[in-house]
Design a protein around this ligand. Structure first.
Ligand SMILES: *Cc1c(COP(=O)(O)O)cnc(C)c1O
Length: 222
């Protein structure tokens, strides 16, 4: 199913389509990559009521403050996925987990690879959890910077900005070659046009304050 953009450039999914199709399995991602948009609890609830199983990818949820992890209690067909790759910046370690009903956990246990997570990765994840206050401080800075970045991006008239609950911001550019021009200036952004949204879409990861300011200046020069 292809997401559709509203006039406010917020991408939502239509739960009625899922209610009609009654699929066996639905994958949701909230906050979504690359839109940064979160799904509402009502939508996830409706989907969980109509699909046999729902996997909810919450890889970016720590930047949003609205996890739906608690809904696992109400829906035994809901599987919430979490990752250490983003909030804890441990992408190479390959650590993550699922939260779901005992029944599903037992089923996963039957097919899961043995030693799926290496010992150094487990130790690193535990150390990261012990330093959670440090990561929360960084997250708070990233979220504050994200809001500032969104405000500054909105001031560039040839950009349309999506709201974001993640550590990146999606923009629609009404100019060509922006990704290449930014690369010439030393900024690597992600061309996110491939996901089916119309026009040039660019995903910008929130950087340090001075990096974000330099990016805004670079965009203004284009
Ligand atoms: C990064 C990311 C993940 C997490 O991937 P890992 O395999 O845990 O590194 C999951 N879903 C989305 C949408 C992501 O962007």
């Amino acid at each position: 199913m292809r997401p559709s953009a509203s006039p406010f450039l917020r991408v939502q999914i239509n739960p009625d389509i899922i209610a009609n199709e009654r699929p066996k399995l639905v994958f949701l991602c909230s906050p979504n990559n690359p839109t940064g948009n979160s799904l509402s609890r009502e939508i996830v609830q409706k989907v969980a009521e109509s699909a046999e199983y729902v996997v909810l990818d919450e890889a970016y949820v720590e930047f949003s403050g609205n996890s739906m992890l608690d809904m696992v209690r109400d829906f035994d067909n809901l599987i919430v996925l979490r990752s250490f790759s983003k909030f804890f910046a441990l992408a190479g370690m390959r650590v993550g987990y699922a939260v779901c009903s005992t029944e599903i956990a037992e089923a996963i246990e039957k097919v899961r690879l043995p030693f799926g997570i290496s010992h150094p990765a487990v130790e690193t994840a535990i150390a990261a959890l012990r330093s959670i206050d440090y990561y929360r401080e960084i997250r708070d800075k990233i979220v504050a910077e994200r809001e500032k970045l969104i405000e500054n991006l909105k001031k560039i008239e040839w950009l349309e900005v999506y709201p974001s609950d993640a550590n990146f911001v999606l923009v629609k550019a009404k100019k060509e070659g922006v990704v290449e021009k930014l690369a010439e200036k030393g900024f690597i952004v992600r061309d996110a046009s491939v996901i089916g949204l119309e026009g040039l879409h660019i995903r910008i990861t929130v950087g340090k304050p001075e990096e974000n300011e330099m990016l805004i200046e670079a965009l203004k020069e284009i």
